[in-house]
Write a protein that binds this ligand. Structure first.
Ligand SMILES: Nc1ncnc2c1ncn2[C@@H]1O[C@H](COP(=O)(O)OP(=O)(O)OP(=O)(O)O)[C@@H](O)[C@H]1O
Ligand SMILES: [Mg+2]
Length: 363
């Protein structure tokens, strides 16, 4: 109410800026017209003022109204049609265009223009960021592919130059195969990430016992764990099956990537322990904890970015390309689940992710 009465006092007729300008201009034009008429009647025709006083007053108001209507009509037609043309060229097909065409209110048009401007600025910023991201991504791919290609090229050129010793030939050929394997890994991972990012991956949701999947991954990585002198174990014996609803193959991959990391970045005589706990009513949390190198806090926010590695020289010897955790995150998020990481340098790391229990699971 206070605001309304204040507005009425400042702008009694509720006029917009364009109308106000016409209103004031019409007032001054009418005054000038009436003064000119007064001067003519008084000095040229020498008529007594009282004989035309009322006429002048009526003429003043009549003139004011007429000039006001005329001016606002002309200004609106002329200015707004120009402004609309201008907007149409800036924003060919957006909702604003219809808003503008419906309105001849300059205040509204100005606020719309400001809104469009800030939206365009945000769009430009996003496009710039995407461009940087793409450039960095392509650079990373080139780097990842270059290393094994140079390696393969080096061995093949040496072999072509002629190596007589059979043992050396075999060794070089083995290294070449290793390089090709590496290329295959990177390309497979990149393909998977691209599929996830373009939303092309469809999950094959089934009900399965997560304990069996963990067991399978343990068996698969048994040799690598022995080589790295790390023990793989569950935190306790789980007697009843824990049936979850998810894509088994993908969850197998998540567990493999996380456990392989715990082996790669673990310490000799270390332990990788997997545990399962109930998170809420129908959700469980699968934890993979190790007592390895650990990760400094500053790296944690960027850990799941593709190609992100902490110590590039150390990891190079482990052969990682920094895609493993990015894939893990994509898989978990495609399941509408969450992944967490807690880690402390020189103490160890714990990666955990949620999964949804099958409705009939008795956990
Ligand atoms: N359990 C862990 N302990 C210590 N550091 C880890 C652990 N897991 C991941 N990291 C760090 O996070 C980085 C990213 O891991 P990620 O699995 O994405 O890549 P990668 O292992 O280097 O390569 P890839 O998995 O593609 O073969 C690793 O380079 C490593 O430095
Ligand atoms: Mg990895």
């Amino acid at each position: 109410m206070v605001i309304l009465s204040l507005k009425m006092r400042i702008n009694p007729f509720g006029l917009n800026k364009l109308n106000k300008a016409s209103f004031i201009s019409a007032f001054f034009v009418s005054i000038v017209a009436v003064i000119v008429q007064f001067l003519i009647l008084n000095f040229v025709y020498e008529l007594p003022f009282s004989s035309y006083f009322l006429l002048l007053i009526l003429e003043f108001f009549g003139f004011w109204i007429f000039v006001y209507i005329f001016l606002s009509f002309i200004l609106e037609q002329f200015l707004i049609s120009r402004v609309k043309e201008l907007y149409a060229s800036i924003i060919p097909t957006t909702s604003y265009q219809s808003m503008i065409s419906q309105s001849s209110d300059f205040d509204l048009i100005t606020s719309n223009l400001k809104k469009i401007n800030s939206e365009k600025n945000i769009e430009i910023e996003l496009l710039k960021k995407e461009q940087d991201y793409r450039r960095e991504f392509i650079g990373n791919i080139a780097h990842e592919l270059k290393t094994p290609i140079f390696m393969i090229e080096g061995y093949i050129l040496t072999l072509l130059d002629g190596v007589n010793d059979k043992k050396t030939v075999k060794k070089y050929l083995k290294q070449t195969v290793k390089g090709i394997d590496r290329l295959n890994f990177v390309i497979k991972d990149l393909d998977l990430i691209t599929q996830f990012e373009s939303g092309m991956t469809k999950l094959n949701l089934t009900s399965f016992n997560i304990l069996e999947t963990i067991e399978n991954v343990f068996e698969l990585l048994e040799m690598q764990a022995k080589e790295n002198k790390i023990v793989l174990k569950m935190d306790k014996p789980y007697k009843t099956p824990i049936v979850v609803k998810a894509d088994e193959e993908r969850i197998h991959q998540v567990l493999t990537n996380l456990i392989v990391n715990s082996l790669k970045y673990g310490i000799e005589q270390g332990v990788t322990e997997v545990s399962i706990e109930i998170l809420v009513e129908n959700k469980i949390l699968v934890r993979i904890a190790d007592n390895g190198d650990g990760i400094d806090e500053e790296h944690l926010p960027r850990l799941f970015e593709r190609f992100y590695r902490i110590d590039k020289t150390r990891n190079r010897s482990q052969g990682g390309s920094g895609l493993g955790l990015a894939i893990v995150k994509h898989i978990i998020e495609a399941h509408q689940e969450k992944i967490f990481v807690e880690s402390e340098a020189k103490v160890g790391s714990e990666f955990s992710f949620s999964l949804t229990l099958d409705q009939n699971s008795s956990l």
